[in-house]
Design a protein around this ligand. Structure first.
Ligand code: MN
Length: 277
């Protein structure tokens, strides 16, 4: 099995080295990770300048440090290394729970794997775990062992508490959002703002937040399709738009000609910033 290891903390993060060591027990490991910190960059890709890499070594493993985002790293790694079977992202220095997963670069690397039809697992630990990742290694091993047999698990978000009691399946906590703008001032008294995260207490049962609060390893299966199926069905029934006409006059299947026309229009769309060409 070929395992690509990435992260968003940067290629020299000790969390990545710990994950790569555990991964090597399951297959051949190659590290492709950002050349510096890219935390909270979400699923950004680098489209306005080219990507490149430098070869290096991380914990004895072949490694590539990329001047891009976590998603860039996985896309480039999968391109350069044929037949990647699994992408592991982490071990992140900081939990990726609840609505925070929207900002997570750690999860984005795993998500990029899923977008490419590969399997992706994101692994995160409390920020205070540094520098001793040894206690998490047996738990990372257990998680990989538990997830590998499930071929239908394309995208999984895993969070470790400080002292795990075991593994549980969870869903994403979406009740509240912990992102907050905190105002301050610079030395001259001018306003500055920190985009900050404040811990949320009292998570819903069975969620990722709840699991980590209770010292369980949270294992959340995710999907790429964000469509709200129930709402869609309700809207189509109660507030139809032009679905009736659309299905009557448009062929049900996409035609190569129509797809080609959309592609042409996209290609002709002017770039917003003329400097970026
Ligand atoms: Mn990070």
């Amino acid at each position: 099995m070929r395992i690509l290891v990435s992260n968003d903390d940067g290629i020299y993060s000790p969390g990545l080295a710990a994950l790569a060591e555990v991964a090597s027990e399951f297959g051949s490991v190659r590290v492709v990770a950002p050349d510096g910190e890219r935390s909270s960059t979400g699923h950004a890709i680098t489209a306005s300048r080219p990507l490149s890499y430098r070869r290096t070594q991380i914990g004895g493993f072949e490694a590539f440090r990329v001047n891009g985002t976590p998603a860039d790293c996985v896309a480039l790694g999968a391109h350069l290394w044929e037949k990647v079977d699994l992408v592991l992202s982490g071990l992140n220095l900081g939990l990726n729970l609840g609505n925070g997963i929207w900002h997570s670069g750690t999860l984005a690397a795993a998500k990029q794997a899923a977008l490419l039809g590969l399997r992706g697992i994101a692994l995160s630990a409390p920020a205070t775990a540094e520098p001793d990742f040894a206690p998490f290694k047996p738990w990372m091993r257990r998680v990989i062992e538990a997830l590998l047999p499930h071929n239908d698990l394309c995208l999984t978000n895993v969070n470790f508490p400080r002292n795990p009691r075991g593994l549980v399946w969870t869903r994403v906590s979406v009740r509240r959002y912990d992102g907050q703008i905190v105002p301050t001032t610079d030395p001259l008294g001018r306003p500055l703002y920190w985009f900050s995260v404040t811990p949320i207490e009292g998570a819903e049962d069975g969620t990722d937040r709840w699991a980590v609060e209770q010292q369980w390893v949270s294992v959340t299966p995710l999907r790429l399709d964000l469509t709200d199926e129930q709402l869609l069905a309700r809207l189509q029934a109660s507030r139809p738009l032009q679905e009736g006409i659309a299905t009557a006059v448009s062929p049900r299947r996409s035609s190569p000609e129509a797809a080609e026309a959309v592609k042409r229009e996209e290609a002709e769309t002017p770039v917003a910033d003329p400097q970026v060409r």
